[in-house]
Design a protein around this ligand. Structure first.
Ligand code: NDP
Length: 500
């Protein structure tokens, strides 16, 4: 494509119209239909139209994919490579993905309803960066020589686990997948990835490009399907590790499946109901208000880290809400293929109905401050206005349960202790934020918040790979991103050598 091309809405619509989507599974180096020929419709939430027929993988396909992964692992075609060579292969793959960035961005936008401005700036570059980061890291991490009796040498090494399954969601389809498959592959594992049935297209395309970049057959397999396909992986006796991002309810089922089968390692990145606390000495109310709006309306609120509980001190509540509503007004549902759109479509009709039913319960239990309705119905797509509720009772459903949509609950408090009590009174503990000018308060509140990530005077900063990401409590276990992610995909081995 000519670099001077203006990438406006027309460009993206033309691109979308010219796509040829191959939605077959990718197993053992080949694009294949499901063994029983089953498919499902992949529907675009932008306009409700069918984008593709996707292979619906069942037991035979899962068995094939797992045994291809096992074979490639045992043969050492990937695990046995010098890490430097795995790095080179992954960097070639990342470069090829970059060449296909527009195609991947438009696929993600069509499939998940995300604004093209976000898929081109966050989702696709973020996934490529993740692949590059773990590729670059893997030839720099070594083991340990442990202190031991003089007649011995003691080595502590990390080895790939073997066959890693990844079951991932639809809110950041490729990005969340890359947080699993990039460290797993870099560490030398073979991977079977099940994307969400709501958003399988970029995962399939990225696996096709992995092959084109020279990744050996069987090392990276993609098996689209529904929850039942994910369950087959969770129950499979030859899957050594399952990394999951999704709902807490399904995370619990996956742990049970591991217990019923081979005790595979299970790593869960689950839901959240993250508190965003604004203290009266907040250094910049305007910035805090626009950040609070983006914390819940970015990506249509389909974020595990969404700042869905805004806790505001009573002394500044009125002025803050005024600023918040002004900031919310800049999020308007629009055509996701238009680069100026800040809010796209909700991923499917199930999620649309789910969010609308939460809004209905909010109308019963709280005061609606803005939004509250479906939008752009004529488009045939699934859009919801940014919605804010003033909630007096922290026990209200909308203030406790993960909605995963553009719905914000504003709660009021009178003291720091009360704010922390409300913030921590949740089954979740994924992320939290506090706004204050006082350094001591910032540190003390951060320490007391039970969450895997705490932001001070910001929200959702830190797109770098360097920070571990994951939750306390029922938000999951283990960490994505950073070198710590490699711990999930490796086993520790102690080797003791007797010298004499
Ligand atoms: P799920 O947890 O059901 O889906 C996540 C992934 O798990 C998908 O690939 C799904 O497949 C798969 N899956 C579903 N059931 C099983 C199972 N029994 N065993 C193994 N894998 C399974 O999320 P939903 O799509 O149902 O969304 C519901 C709610 O979950 C959201 O409203 C939100 O609150 C929360 N959620 C949280 C996410 C997060 O990032 N923390 C991400 C997504 C959802 P398939 O989609 O094909 O059914």
């Amino acid at each position: 494509m000519d670099t001077k091309t203006v990438k406006d809405v027309q460009y993206w619509k033309t691109f979308a119209g010219s796509l040829k989507i191959d939605a077959r599974a990718l197993i053992d180096g080949q694009s294949v239909d499901a063994a029983d020929g089953k498919t499902f419709d992949c529907v675009s939430p932008i306009d409700g139209k069918v984008l593709a027929q996707v292979a619906d993988c069942g037991e035979a396909d899962i068995d094939r994919a797992v045994s291809a992964a096992r074979r490639s692992f045992e043969q050492g075609v990937w695990a046995g490579l010098n890490p430097r060579k795995r790095k080179a292969a992954m960097l070639r793959w990342a470069a090829l993905l970059r060449d296909h960035a527009d195609e991947l961005s438009v696929l993600e936008t069509l499939d998940a309803g995300k604004p093209i401005g976000d898929t081109t700036s966050v989702d696709i570059p973020g996934a490529i960066y993740c692949i590059e980061w773990f590729a670059e890291a893997i030839d720099k991490v070594g083991g340990e020589v442990a202190p031991v009796d003089h007649h011995l040498v003691g080595l502590v090494t990390r080895e790939p686990i073997g066959v890693v399954a990844a079951v991932v969601p639809w809110n950041f389809p490729l990005l969340m997948a890359s947080w699993k498959f990039a460290p797993a592959l870099a560490a030398g594992n073979s991977v079977v990835l099940k994307p969400s049935e709501k958003s399988p297209l970029t995962a399939i395309r990225v696996a096709q490009l992995a092959l084109e970049a020279g990744m050996p057959a069987g090392v990276f397999n993609v098996v689209p399907g529904f929850g039942a396909t994910g369950k087959l992986l969770a129950l499979h006796m030859d899957v050594d590790c399952l990394a999951f991002t999704g709902s807490t309810a399904v995370g619990k089922q996956i742990m049970q499946c591991a217990g019923q089968s081979n005790l595979k390692r299970v790593w869960l990145e689950l839901g959240g109901k993250s508190p965003n606390i604004v203290l009266p000495d907040c250094p910049d109310l305007d910035r805090a208000a626009s950040s609070a709006a983006s914390a819940i309306f970015y990506n249509m609120g389909e974020m595990c880290t969404a700042g869905s509980r805004l806790l505001v001190h009573r002394d500044i509540k009125d002025v803050f809400i005024e600023k918040l509503l002004a900031a919310a007004a800049s999020y308007r549902p629009g055509d996701p293929l238009d680069p100026s759109t800040s809010m796209g479509a909700i991923v499917d009709t199930i999620q649309l109905e789910r969010v609308l039913s939460y809004i209905e319960s909010g109308r019963q239990q709280a005061t609606l401050l803005c939004g509250g309705s479906r939008a752009l119905e004529d488009s045939g797509g699934y859009y919801i206005e940014p919605t804010v509720f003033d909630v007096t009772d922290p026990a209200a459903r909308i203030a406790r349960e993960e909605i995963f949509g553009p719905v914000l609950s504003v709660l009021t408090f009178d003291s720091v202790d009360e704010a922390i009590r409300i913030a921590n009174d949740s089954e979740y503990g994924l992320a939290a934020a506090v706004w204050t000018s006082n350094l001591t308060t910032a540190h003390e509140v951060s320490r007391r918040l039970r969450a895997g990530t705490v932001w001070v005077n910001c929200y959702d900063e830190g797109g770098d790979m360097n920070f571990p990401f994951g939750g306390y409590k029922q938000s999951g276990n283990g960490r994505d991103k950073s070198l710590h992610a490699l711990e999930k995909y490796t086993e520790l081995k102690s080797t003791l050598l007797r010298l004499r």
